[in-house]
Design a protein around this ligand. Structure first.
Ligand code: NAD
Length: 365
């Protein structure tokens, strides 16, 4: 029996719908395993802009820092899309703030093709067979944060600059996440860079090679990002752990997620510094956005949010058996034929968001 403080930020659109089901499942875990999860819920993103004029209040961010983990839904929607508004009135600003203030530098996206789901992917089943990988993206450095970053005009017209900057320490700590994770899995790490063109790429490759020598138990290989984009859809089952910098990771994680067919199935974790036992603060969210096109209709698939809660149990709370039980409950519900609209094939019976959540929670009881 253990007690934990969890911050819950459901956000906008389908965020609150899918997060409610993840919270329901955490409640079932509490009962079954005798733990106590003290939940603190707050507005975030567009909902917080409407209520407080900012997508992330400092008191919300401070409470998140004090929590053991953050369960996050999704933010954004057409109502808050005005690009001319001040930064804090944009939902994504809140997301960048929480990552930055909580020191969440590693984004993990597992992509595992459930055999029953292989036909919902646009990739052929025989190519997908056996796909089980984690893509790790550096989250707080590189092109999205480097300075100078600005726009200006001169006699030749409008101009803009972004800067890709990485320090050795930033590269080492994200590669270390890759080596550690590979060791818990099939011991294969693919480091992705653009060393043929970018100076940051050459630094990345140099450090990866050095660290590879210090981790002889891990089979390390290197791919240029363009080649990696190709191999991901040609031979996805060959990958175990992929690690890459921020911008490349942004693109490759979306590409990898489409192997699985629906956005509604894939969880993610954003992690900061780890304790010696491997646990530590993290933010857990489905990879999908707020899906305004289906919000409020009970159509959202809650499995990505529920599997994000499983990652939270494992990676922040160290509750491995509990995380396994949630993942097993999801597998069992799928095997029993339960489908939300996004993953149903013609003729299959479709259930709504709440019913899918009930099916998972019920299997944990
Ligand atoms: P989206 O992921 O919200 O939706 C893309 C498509 O997938 C839509 O057709 C949607 O209905 C479907 N979909 C997504 N999640 C689903 C689920 N759980 N079950 C069933 N179907 C699902 O991406 P988008 O439409 O490009 O973006 C919508 C809003 O979300 C935008 O404002 C965007 O900025 C925001 N967004 C937020 C995050 C985040 O909070 N981390 C991530 C991506 C997009």
């Amino acid at each position: 029996m253990a007690s934990f403080n969890l911050m819950v930020l459901p956000g906008d659109g389908i965020g609150p719908e899918v997060t409610a089901e993840a919270v329901k499942v955490l409640g079932a875990v509490e009962k079954r395993f005798g733990h106590e999860f003290a939940l603190k819920e707050d507005l975030f993103g567009g909902a917080a802009i409407d209520a407080y004029g900012t997508s992330a209040r400092q008191e919300t961010l401070d409470a998140a820092k004090r929590a053991d983990a953050v369960l996050f839904g999704a933010v954004g929607g057409p109502k808050w899309d005005d690009p001319s508004g001040s930064p804090e009135r944009r939902p994504e600003w809140g997301l960048l703030q929480i990552r930055k203030q909580l020191g969440l530098f590693a984004n993990l996206r597992p992509v595992k093709i459930h055999p029953l789901m292989a036909d919902s992917s646009t990739i052929k089943r025989e190519v997908l067979d056996g796909t089980d990988m984690v893509v790790i993206r550096e989250l707080t450095g590189g092109l999205y944060f480097g300075e100078p970053k600005r726009r200006w005009s001169d006699g030749d017209g409008r101009k803009a600059v972004d800067t890709m900057f990485y320090s050795e320490e930033e590269v080492r700590r994200i590669l270390q996440v890759g080596f550690d994770l590979a060791r818990q899995r099939r011991k294969k790490l693919t480091s992705v860079d653009k060393m043929n063109v970018l100076e940051t790429g050459r630094l990345w490759r140099e450090i990866a090679v050095e660290m590879g020598r210090q981790h002889p138990d891990i089979e390390l290989d290197h791919l240029l990002v363009d080649a990696c984009a190709m191999h991901l859809i040609r031979r996805p089952a060959d990958f175990d752990v992929i690690v890459t910098e921020n911008t490349f990771g942004d693109i490759l994680t979306d590409e990898a997620s489409m192997l699985a067919g629906s956005m509604g199935m894939l969880p993610s974790a954003s992690l900061g510094a780890r304790r010696p036992d491997g646990t530590g603060l993290g933010l857990y969210e489905p990879i999908h956005g707020s899906a305004p096109d289906i919000a409020g209709q009970g159509k959202a698939n809650p499995l990505a949010a529920i599997l994000s809660a499983a990652m939270l149990l494992r990676l922040s709370l160290g509750l491995t058996a509990e995380a396994d039980a949630v993942e097993r409950a999801v597998d069992e519900a799928l095997a029993a034929g339960w489908r939300t609209a996004d993953i149903a094939r013609p003729g299959e019976q479709v259930v709504d968001t709440t019913r899918m959540g009930d099916e998972i929670a019920g299997r944990l009881a």
